[in-house]
Design a protein around this ligand. Structure first.
Ligand SMILES: C[S@@+](CC[C@H](N)C(=O)[O-])C[C@H]1O[C@@H](n2cnc3c(N)ncnc32)[C@H](O)[C@@H]1O
Length: 269
């Protein structure tokens, strides 16, 4: 178990942070009054966010299990979030205990939790990098010391890309930069918010995020497909998050209503 951090960053409790807002929707305790306030305001204008967060989490479980069952033993999870059981390494190691997992996030509170997040892991099986996805070298460099990029890696960017813009962050080029680093047989696991399925609620939620200082970029179906350019999408393809290889609990949850989140999993051949 290791956790890297060059410069500890203080936690800013004066403004809401996406990881802590999401934690509140998931029923977590690692958030501050400013986060709860924004989480409640967004919930008031977009009633899908709580079930969306839960459905997104369950997609992570299913997609990671699928990668592990396909034989992948290395995982790079960027935009990890505050620990919520089961965490990604627990899912992967539930299938194959020898799986190695690198987590990366830029939120100082996620860093604080990294030690607890990793504690349940066997010694040397997980690592944590405090870094911004927009600076790939700071993630790929250290990750390459822990993972063997000559062998398949499952790269997960789950509920992350809606915080990244096309012009300001070159989000499509950025994802490609990471995918280019991966060996054949690697997986790309992605989910993100879309305006297609709930235009008004998502527009209002996005506006509240932006006003609180967090850029927010919902994407249409054709835009979401672009992330998978050059990759082979696994069945059932790009689909609202509930629908990706649903288990009975996901089928039952669909009755609760729409979740405006697309999901997809692809393999690099
Ligand atoms: C909505 S949470 C998703 C957490 C987890 N992936 C999941 O789906 O359950 C988004 C996470 O992305 C992180 N994040 C946002 N922008 C980031 C960036 N530029 N670099 C790294 N992490 C970022 C946030 O700190 C937060 O932990």
């Amino acid at each position: 178990m290791t956790a890297r951090d060059a410069t500890p960053t203080p936690i800013d409790t004066s403004r809401p942070h996406p990881a802590r807002v999401y934690d509140w929707w998931l029923g977590g305790k690692d958030n501050y009054p400013v986060d709860e306030e924004l989480a409640r305001r967004i919930l008031a204008v977009d009633g899908t966010v709580v079930r969306g967060a839960r459905a997104n989490r369950r997609f992570m479980h299913r997609a990671v299990r699928a990668a592990a069952e396909a034989g992948v033993r290395q995982f790079l999870d960027i935009g990890t979030g505050i620990p919520t059981e089961p965490n990604l390494h627990q899912v992967a190691q539930g299938v194959a205990p020898e799986s190695r997992v690198v987590y990366a996030d830029n939120d100082p509170i996620v860093l604080r939790h990294a030690e607890a997040l990793l504690r349940s892991a066997a010694e040397g099986s997980t690592d944590y990098i405090h870094a911004d996805v927009r600076d790939p070298d700071t993630i790929l460099g250290p990750a390459g010391e822990f993972l063997d990029f000559g062998r398949p890696v499952a790269l997960s960017l789950i509920a992350l890309t809606h915080y990244l813009g096309e012009r300001e962050d070159d989000v499509f080029g950025l994802v490609k930069r990471y995918v280019d680093e991966l060996a054949p047989g690697s997986f790309l696991i992605l989910s993100q918010v879309t305006q297609d399925l709930s235009p008004e609620g998502v527009a209002r939620a996005a506006e509240l995020f932006r006003r609180s200082g967090t850029p927010f970029h919902p994407r249409t179906l054709p835009e979401f497909y672009r992330f998978f350019d050059g990759l082979e999408l696994l069945g059932p393809g790009v689909i609202p998050v509930y629908g990706w290889r649903p288990e009975p609990v996901d089928v039952a949850a669909q009755a609760e209503g729409v979740v405006p989140v697309y999901a997809g999993v692809a393999v690099k051949r």
